[in-house]
Design a protein around this ligand. Sequence first.
Ligand SMILES: Nc1nc2c(c(=O)[nH]1)N[C@@H](CN(C=O)c1ccc(C(=O)N[C@@H](CCC(=O)O)C(=O)O)cc1)CN2
Length: 295
Amino acid sequence: MAARIDGKAISQAIRDEVAQEVARMKSALGKVPGLAVILVGSRKDSLLYVTSKEKACEQAGIRSYSVNLPDTATEAEILEHVHKFNRDPDVHGILVQLPLPKHVREQEILGAVSMDKDVDGFHPTNIGRLAMQGRQPLFIPCTPRGCIELLLRTGVQISGKHAVVIGRSNIVGTPAAMLLQRHNATVTVVHSYTPDPAAVTRTADIVIAAAGVAHLVRKDWLKPGAVVIDVGINPIEDPSAKKGHRTVGDVHFKEACSVASAITPVPGGVGPMTIAMLLQNTVESAKRAYEFNGT
Ligand SMILES: Nc1nc2c(c(=O)[nH]1)N[C@@H](CN(C=O)c1ccc(C(=O)N[C@@H](CCC(=O)O)C(=O)O)cc1)CN2
């Protein structure tokens, strides 16, 4: 039976550490970190994530600034807010909630965020640096950073292991693969054009599943003893649930438990880590801005 990797508990420990750092900064400088969150449109899930981020900021002592724009907002209107936050010295992190409405060019917006306030780590220069040996990105994207943090904090060795990442999105799969490689794993990325994804995944010591397909990874996809990090957040119908639906991962949890050595649940695994890492990135940004080393 696999050990359960408790993302809720680990993310709470990180959030407590962040709150302590913020308190130290406040007492030494009279300043606190600031995070600006820009939401465009009215997607229910995005609204929920943005609210959770604001609440988490409040609990950690980080000041949050929010902008809610309608679905019809133009690129120019969104950029106006990005530029305003770029100039604001009290704002150390800027986050544009994704996905953006279809008429907005995501890369135009993400590329406009000041590199040193890019707490999502999606600026092309930060992503480029993540891909390069010997270069340091200013920020690492929150979900992939959360996946690695879960492995490190549960004592899973990454160096020298074979890691398979399922999915190649800009937000998770691609940066997760680059990050694993920086931790000296041998990395294979499996995607929709891979002829036999189960066979490839079966060779992995570490699996990061980020395909966005409910229950894609079954028992026969896993090598006995593999460590499984499930990034998927997929709603499925469930008449027995109060709301008629529930959230499941990309991995069939029950099946995987009989083969894996450790696994993250959904919910309560990677999801909460995304927010904890955002807070951590924001504090690191403020510390850099104020040249504050934390003592
Ligand atoms: N600008 C960004 N946009 C998006 C990101 C991101 O990192 N930056 N990631 C995702 C959404 N996301 C944060 O924005 C996020 C997703 C999930 C969770 C979470 O805590 N999930 C819970 C509950 C799941 C459920 O029941 O629905 C869990 O997994 O336990 C937090 C943040 C896309 N957009």
